[in-house]
Design a protein around this ligand. Structure first.
Ligand code: AMP
Length: 399
């Protein structure tokens, strides 16, 4: 079974074609500047096939983008399938599933209506995800499609973890609660972690997805029990440009002082905060490390703040789970930032975390970075959300 995985943004679309026989990646790429001056990238993973790098392709809408993807995948010379008929199903990443979705679902009119009902909760992402779904329905009519939600994995959280201490009516009538994100990534890496631990009957895992957007999750026996993001992805630890948790009074205070509109203050919190806002240097941790080692105090402060908040969240999750068996680092910073991992784990010895500096300095898709005698195992596991989406799609279409 060959599955096309689509992650649609408002003007971009990432794709992967995965052969589920051996879970082999056949091709991947992206369409950028959809509706502007379309750029198309195609990276076949088979020997002798040529890639396309940011070529000009007219893509007024997502439908032309999907058509360009299919044309490239089935190209007689550089394609990886003979025709579109070889693609059995399409799996879509959908960001916000609200209270409606606790698992992935076959896309039909009812499912689309439910995704639309979640738009007020995910106003930036869900409309873009729907553009990808609509385009595939148009270009590949009748092909089974599945929606996989970032929020679904966290629907196992108990009420005390997902409820906010504001009037209960806002939960009942307006669906205000913690939903959490990066669920597909937390699910993938915690699943792999359980396998690496030898499939114990019980496990307590803290999953740290640290990338441009970052979140942590407390996972007991494979189920999410708490996570740092909230109703939206602005909550939790500081990120590249998002501030993470702040005192809500700051919003009122700054709005009054600077005469900001709600859009302006949200722009500050979403786009100008986090390590970028603190350092004034960059949202990229490589730039911050370079600046900090050149003596930039604010870049160092931004790094210190990030490491401190991640460590604090790890402590909180160990407290609520009554201990921890393993900590997993994933995503851009988690997978590549050895210095960041070391800084986060510093001072966690009391918890049973003994990092091995040599292992931590090595690079691998999956590896143990704690010492052999560390009571808490620490792993780096490269995330693979696309594979998770393809697996769900295969399972649902197979039914
Ligand atoms: P992601 O959103 O998962 O693609 O992660 C992107 C982030 O990973 C970038 O903003 C970088 O800050 C970070 N990153 C990538 N490579 C490294 C590295 N070698 N060291 C530290 N951070 C890195």
């Amino acid at each position: 079974m060959k599955i096309l995985v689509i992650n649609a943004g408002s003007s971009s679309l990432k794709y992967q074609l995965i052969d589920m026989d051996g879970e082999k990646l056949l091709a991947k790429g992206l369409c950028e500047r959809i509706g502007i001056d379309g750029k198309f990238t195609y990276k076949p993973q088979l020997d002798g096939k040529e890639k396309i790098d940011a070529a000009d392709v007219t893509m007024p809408t997502h439908a032309e983008a999907i058509q360009a993807v299919l044309d490239a995948l089935a190209d007689p010379k550089n394609g990886v399938v003979k025709s579109m008929d070889e693609i059995d199903a399409v799996g879509h990443r959908v960001v916000h599933g609200g209270k409606e979705f606790a698992s992935s679902c076959l896309i039909d009119d009812k499912c689309i209506e439910a995704i639309k009902r979640c738009i007020p909760l995910g106003p930036l992402h869900n409309p873009a995800n729907l553009l990808g779904i609509d385009a595939c329905r148009k270009v590949m009519p009748g092909k089974p499609q599945v929606a996989v939600f970032d929020t679904a994995f966290h629907m196992t959280m108990p009420p005390k973890a997902y409820i906010y201490a504001i009037p209960y009516e806002y939960y009942e009538e307006d669906d205000v609660r913690r939903y959490g994100f990066h669920g597909t990534s937390h699910r993938y890496v915690s699943g792999r972690c359980i396998e690496l631990l030898g499939n114990p009957e019980h496990s307590k895992i803290i999953s740290c997805h640290l990338g441009n957007g970052s979140s942590l999750a407390a996972i007991v026996d494979g189920k999410s029990m708490d996570t740092s993001m909230g109703l939206g992805p602005l909550a939790g630890i500081p990120m590249g440009t998002r501030g993470g948790d702040i005192d809500a009074t700051i919003v009122e205070y700054l709005m009054h002082r600077h005469n900001y509109s709600i859009d302006e203050i949200m722009n500050v919190l979403n786009k100008q905060s986090g390590v970028l806002g603190l350092s004034g240097v960059s949202s990229d941790f490589r730039d911050l490390e370079e600046a900090a080692s050149a003596g930039n105090d604010r870049a160092q402060l931004a790094l210190d703040k990030f490491h401190y908040e991640v460590r604090k969240e790890i402590g909180a999750y160990a407290a609520v789970m009554g201990g921890v068996d393993a900590i997993v680092f994933t995503a851009g910073i988690g997978e590549n930032g050895a210095k960041n991992r070391a800084a986060i784990c510093e001072g966690l010895e009391y918890l049973g975390v003994k990092l091995c500096p040599e292992r931590n300095a090595q690079r691998a898709d999956e590896h143990l970075i704690s010492t052999d005698d560390s009571p808490v195992k620490v792993f780096v596991i490269a995330t693979n959300e696309e594979l998770m989406i393809a697996r769900d799609t295969k399972e649902i279409v197979g039914k």
